[in-house]
Design a protein around this ligand. Structure first.
Ligand SMILES: [Zn+2]
Ligand SMILES: [Zn+2]
Length: 180
């Protein structure tokens, strides 16, 4: 007979039906964590004291970077182009690109709103800035939209890129680098 079976037998000898029902009710309250001062022993937790730190986040990570709300440009690129055309007698040509060079989709000049067709990649390999052909301001390419990003998930809370933190068997843990 197991330890528990022996204990159940002992309970049945010792207590009335009514008392047993009361015991069951109290135990259920404890297991449902409605009795905060009484905690059942938790062998798993005792053997894995850090386990609870790695719970699955209730929100799923984002699989696309969020596009930051564009700040309103202080100049109007269409107007600047019209002024140019009037002065020079011809339209301003879009940027001629080297093969393989691309501007992140949807990127615009932060000063005049010029579309990607009028933006040069300013610092080659790093691809962190664009120079506008029209106004000619320098705009930072948001971190999450740079071409060399290897990010696959973004933080559902602050929208930062998540990095691969640990890769224990059976799962991969991603972490948000944002101190906030
Ligand atoms: Zn511009
Ligand atoms: Zn975050």
């Amino acid at each position: 007979m197991t330890k528990i079976a022996r204990f159940v037998l002992w309970l049945c000898n010792k207590f009335t039906r009514q008392e047993l029902e009361e015991i069951i009710r109290r135990l259920q309250e404890i297991l449902a964590e409605r009795e905060p001062q009484i905690k059942p022993r938790d062998d798993f937790h005792d053997q894995h004291p850090h386990y609870r730190q790695f719970y699955v986040d209730p929100l799923a990570p984002l699989t696309e970077p969020t596009i930051p709300a564009p700040t309103k440009p202080i100049l109007d690129w269409k107007r600047l182009c019209a002024d140019y055309a009037q002065k020079k007698g011809r339209a301003l040509d879009p940027v001629i690109r080297r093969k393989g060079e691309t501007i992140p989709k949807g990127m615009v000049c932060l000063r005049c709103g010029a579309p990607a067709a009028y933006l040069y990649l300013n610092n080659g390999q790093n691809a962190t800035q664009v120079r506008c052909k029209i106004c000619p301001a320098l705009s930072q390419i948001p971190r999450t939209r740079r071409k060399n990003q290897k990010t696959v998930f973004w933080c559902p809370y602050c929208h930062w890129a998540l990095y691969r933190w640990k890769h224990p068997p059976g799962c991969t843990i991603y972490k948000c680098d944002n101190d906030a």
